[in-house]
Design a protein around this ligand. Structure first.
Ligand SMILES: Nc1ncnc2c1ncn2[C@@H]1O[C@H](COP(=O)(O)OP(=O)(O)O)[C@@H](O)[C@H]1O
Ligand SMILES: [Mg+2]
Length: 282
């Protein structure tokens, strides 16, 4: 390739999923404000240094790892483009943490976010009441957030609601009704249809099992999917270092730090199946 004067599109190290495109000043800022050539850079570059204050609660810590930085960015693009998004992945992959921090801190102020958590006992009426209570009347029969804003509802554990006699999940059928027909009927004023505008949904769910049910495809077809995978080995290393208050800055340096992990608690395996040391701190 070199002989023919061709260059690799992506940097040599890692996989294509590790990189994102800097669009050369079109939307991403450049150093001098002048347009530049687009280039690929690692998701973890250009991040502010993250430091864990020993005073913080564990639950407040959100360590930036390749997976959640990337998922949060994709989530942001989708929401800004008015798509409905669903994040799927096994429990403990950081869906709740990543989405709620992106929604509460990482979006343009045009987006107003509201969190709902579904449980086995959530009913369709409750869901409708909560959503209705957050929206105001725009004009006759039409409801929405204040003008110029967009309301985003984050529904955690979407597939938790119990199945009714016929095998459907009423809260989910209600959401499907909203997504198919942009609204629902008023329960007090029988016969009046309430149209909901400027409303977006972000949902999270784990695989069926343990109280979670398979979700109907009639609902799923409305969503863009973002997958959350089990943490990569490198992410775990970053994680333990941060949680122990170590000062690590760049992901590229982490590999070099691997042999330095001093407190040995157990032996694990990395992505290649080699035996390595993993500290179990949390
Ligand atoms: N990037 C992260 N930084 C810090 N803690 C994390 C991170 N990702 C996940 N966790 C922790 O892992 C646990 C599970 O995360 P959670 O978001 O509840 O997963 P999910 O919603 O996918 O089941 C939580 O206690 C959370 O604090
Ligand atoms: Mg969760």
């Amino acid at each position: 390739m070199n002989e023919n004067g061709m260059k690799l599109l992506f940097p040599k190290e890692g996989r294509v999923y590790d990189y994102t495109l800097h669009d050369g000043g079109f939307t991403d800022p450049t150093e001098d404000g002048e347009p530049a050539n687009p280039y690929w850079f690692n998701w973890m570059d250009n991040l502010d240094d993250y430091e864990v204050d020993p005073e913080w609660q564990y639950a407040d810590i959100e360590v930036p790892t390749l997976d959640n930085v990337r998922s949060a960015a994709i989530l942001g693009y989708k929401i800004t483009n008015y798509n409905h998004v669903i994040c799927v992945g096994p429990t403990g992959t950081g869906k709740t943490v990543t989405i709620s921090s992106k929604l509460s801190r990482g979006l343009h102020k045009k987006f107003i976010c509201e969190f709902l958590v579904f449980s086995a006992r959530t009913s369709a009426n409750q869901t409708q009441d909560v959503i209705d209570s957050k929206l105001e009347r725009r004009r006759r029969g039409v409801f929405g957030p204040p003008p110029t804003k967009r309301q985003v509802f984050f529904i955690d554990d979407l597939n938790m609601p119990a199945l009714e006699v016929y095998g459907a999940q009423p809260p989910i059928e209600l959401l499907r009704q909203f997504m198919d027909f942009s609204g629902w009927y008023d329960r007090t004023n029988i016969g009046e249809f309430k149209m909901l505008i400027d409303v977006g949904m972000v949902a999270a769910m784990g695989p069926p099992g343990g109280g979670r049910n398979p979700v109907t495809m009639r609902l799923m077809r409305h969503f863009h999917y973002v997958s959350f995978t089990e943490m990569e080995y490198n992410s775990k290393v970053i994680f333990f270092y941060y949680l122990r208050g170590r000062d690590i800055k760049r992901v590229a340096e982490h590999a070099a730090l691997l042999p330095l992990i001093p407190a040995v608690d157990s032996i694990g395996r990395n992505d290649d199946g080699d035996e390595v040391v993993v500290s179990n701190y949390i």
